[in-house]
Design a protein. Structure first.
Length: 77
């Protein structure tokens, strides 16, 4: 007898059944606009990357972790 799956994908997909899924390509410009409204708490000295870029990378990294990425290497790939 095979071991039961520990993947939460089935449980999540059951909960999301019937919900409208937005097209990420269409939502992305909205996300950029929202992220641009975040106040940058960093001091100017030493800042190398724009806040929107850093936040967008964090959002994408979190998305990858939710879909199964388990290491920094996997997220970077």
């Amino acid at each position: 007898m095979p071991a039961p799956s520990s993947s939460p994908i089935r449980a999540v997909s059951d909960q999301l059944a019937g919900l409208e899924v937005l097209d990420p390509v269409q939502v992305a410009p909205g996300l950029r606009r929202v992220l641009a409204g975040v106040v940058n708490p960093r001091a100017r000295r030493g800042v190398r990357h724009g806040l929107v870029t850093v936040l967008a990378a964090a959002v994408r990294g979190a998305d990858l972790v939710q879909t199964g990425a388990r290491s920094y290497v996997t997220i970077a790939e």
